[in-house]
Design a protein around this ligand. Structure first.
Ligand SMILES: N[C@@H](CCC(=O)N[C@@H](CS)C(=O)NCC(=O)O)C(=O)O
Length: 152
């Protein structure tokens, strides 16, 4: 059965499109366009999930939300085992760390940066801390040779 992905432009849904391509799966895109003024998702997404957020997929009668959960589900259900390190290995620990790092850590300064940009000068006192956090998180994500040797 074809997987349906509810895709919102400029969103985390891009992660799921990438994975669907990596796994060579058949899928259908239901496009949802951000409002040109508010940049928010259209109300139609509320018909798919109560939070009205993307990504959401439909597969085999199931509706699945939350990008990290969708990634794990697709790998487990649709032959993505080669992308998931074996449990109990160092590589699997790194996999878990970065699976949660995306939403649990790095997204906080990214979103603070986006939202405070709308406040203009009122947000100026917050910028040094937000910038420092953005820099440290992105530097951390860069592949460091010694770290890679230990992990992969
Ligand atoms: N933690 C969720 C976040 C979902 C989320 O916030 N999606 C954003 C796009 S990246 C969205 O739909 N925003 C539209 C809105 O809030 O109106 C995930 O990883 O799927």
């Amino acid at each position: 059965m074809t997987i349906i992905i509810h895709h919102l432009n400029n969103s985390r849904s891009q992660r799921i499109l990438w994975l669907l391509e990596e796994l060579n799966l058949a899928y259908e895109i239901r496009q949802h366009a951000r409002d040109a003024v508010t940049n928010l998702a259209p109300e139609g997404l509320l018909d798919v999930h109560p939070l009205g957020k993307s990504p959401v997929i439909e597969d085999d009668g199931k509706i699945i939300f939350e990008s990290g959960a969708i990634v794990e589900y697709l790998c487990e259900r649709h032959n993505g085992g080669h992308l998931v390190p074996i449990r109990g290995t160092e590589a699997h620990i790194r996999y878990l760390e970065f699976m949660h790092f995306a939403e649990g850590s790095v997204m906080t300064p990214i979103l603070l940066n986006l939202y405070t940009a709308r406040l203009g000068d009122a947000a100026a006192p917050l910028h040094p801390r937000i910038n420092q956090q953005l820099e440290s998180h992105f530097a951390f994500m860069e592949p460091i040779e010694s770290y890679r040797l230990v992990c992969w």
